[in-house]
Design a binder for this molecule. Structure first.
Ligand code: FES
Ligand code: FE2
Length: 466
């Protein structure tokens, strides 16, 4: 586990939406008709329909645990990082008590973003519209012309809206607006065994280096999330030119890579991880590879993990956090409407690795899965092209085939939980089963007497000059 000296937030005293004047009134659609997952069929409407997009913000993103940042991004009180939970802007702060908190980045007066910087350090967040100011624990600490407010104005009731729960797993910080969500560890389910192949290699834990790369893609966020959970099928075709560049002969991938053996893990909570189990499927950077003590890793994580999920695979934590263990990429697919996503990607490294190894990992990750990476470019092109052809009524509502590997999932006695073949749509079917079930279940904020979540807080993006 990481030794990063951060504390994690306690549940806020107030919840999102406690003070709402009216409950959620948007109509909801039964999405069951868009799926026949027993036969591997998915209606393409789920990728382009605006009403379904609004519903997934309410019923998939709002209730789920969502990735915010890595603990190593916060080193001292006042450090903050701006991100999104679904389409909601949020600020993650380290308070004076070193506790991490996350708030809706929206002023309680008229809704302006109170922090317009990507990251930094601040003593307070002062809204640039009328000057309401919030501290790093979300508390409203200054209201200009306060004497003009009525006697019943209670300043302490107008702090920033805080997430209902915030926690971290092996350095990864997640939060949810949902006060009824199970604890993070429970929500990650059986995926932790697979995730630990990336996060628990080093007794010191992990850290992120080199900042955050952000880019916009045409394409629904689910296209990327399902692919990282599931799709090894595209690798040899879509990435043929990249594999050729990386092959030792320059003539392309060897047969054993093209026909690579492997498994694909499907979690009932919608997570997935696909991985080759052939040693020649590793494409490590040579410096990183030379530094890695595989025998020690076998001791720490077991042979099955070193030979499986630690290879050149990829995974998704439902709904929109994905990772590549060998490349050292962790990323979020932020939804930006049904047709667009914004990718935010970090390079994650083992904390105790020497600096030259960390830097080699960073450069290798950029070369392969940075915004112009030789693999990333192929994937982005696919998602954008798929989205572009979905705009017509006929093309946009046809049935898609998710039948690969159907009926071949099992417990193999080596990899925990349900796994299927590497070349399979199994984890994609699992991803959409979870998405469908959440879409068809009223979220906590839709229940009678339910609330949508809120708080108190510390940041104006006033620079901390102390
Ligand atoms: S919107 Fe008026 S002070 Fe923030
Ligand atoms: Fe890919």
């Amino acid at each position: 586990m990481t030794s990063t000296p951060v504390r994690l937030g306690a549940p806020p005293a107030r919840r999102v939406g406690e003070d709402r004047l009216a409950g959620v009134r948007e109509p909801s659609v039964d999405v069951g008709a868009y799926f026949d997952l027993d036969h591997g069929l998915v209606d393409r409407t789920i990728f382009s329909d605006t009403a379904l997009y609004r519903q997934e913000l309410r019923r998939v993103f709002a209730p789920s645990w969502l990735f915010l940042a890595h603990e190593s991004q916060f080193k001292k009180p006042g450090d903050f990082f701006s991100t999104y939970m679904g389409a909601d802007p949020v600020i993650v702060t380290m308070g004076k008590d070193r506790r991490l908190r996350a708030f809706l980045n929206a002023c309680r007066h008229r809704g302006m973003r109170v922090c317009r910087a990507d990251e930094g350090a601040a003593k307070a967040f002062t809204c640039s519209y009328h000057g309401w100011s919030y501290d790093t624990s979300g508390k409203l600490i200054n209201v200009p012309n306060g004497e003009d407010y009525p006697a019943h104005f209670e300043q302490d009731q107008w702090g920033l809206i805080e997430v209902a729960q915030l926690d971290s797993y092996q350095g990864l910080v997640f939060a949810t607006w949902n006060p009824e969500a199970p604890p993070l560890r429970e929500a990650l389910g059986g995926l932790t065994w697979y995730l630990d192949a990336m996060l628990d290699r080093d007794p010191e834990g992990t850290e992120v280096i080199g900042g955050v790369h952000k880019w916009v893609l045409e394409g629904n966020w689910k296209l990327a999330a399902e692919q990282f959970a599931s799709d090894w099928y595209h690798v040899n075709i879509s990435h043929a030119s990249a594999l050729m560049v990386m092959s030792p002969t320059g003539k392309g991938p060897k047969t054993e890579i093209v026909q690579t053996p492997g498994r694909q893990y499907t979690d009932p909570l919608g997570h997935g991880h696909g991985f080759p189990t052939h040693p020649k499927s590793r494409f490590d950077d040579r410096i990183v590879h030379a530094h890695t003590d595989y025998e020690a890793l076998r001791e720490r994580l077991g042979d099955a993990r070193v030979e499986g999920p630690m290879t050149t695979g990829h995974g998704t934590v439902f709904p929109n956090f994905s990772y590549l263990p060998v490349n050292g990429s962790i990323r979020v697919w932020h939804p930006k409407g049904p047709d667009k996503m914004e990718v935010w990607a970090w390079t994650i490294v083992d904390k105790s690795a020497p600096d030259e190894v960390k830097d080699a990992q960073r450069i290798y990750n950029l070369r392969t899965f940075g915004p112009s990476g030789i693999f990333e470019q192929d994937d982005g092109e696919n998602w954008s092209e798929v989205q572009a052809t979905a705009h017509g009524f006929v093309a946009g509502s046809m049935t898609l085939n998710y039948q690969m590997g159907l009926g071949l999932e099992s417990e193999d006695g080596i990899h925990p939980g349900t796994t299927g073949r590497l070349y399979s749509d199994g984890a994609a079917r699992g991803f959409y089963a979870r998405w469908r079930d959440l879409m068809n279940t009223p979220a906590w904020h839709e229940k009678a007497g339910g609330t949508t979540g809120e708080t108190s807080g510390e940041t104006s993006c006033e620079k901390d000059t102390s």
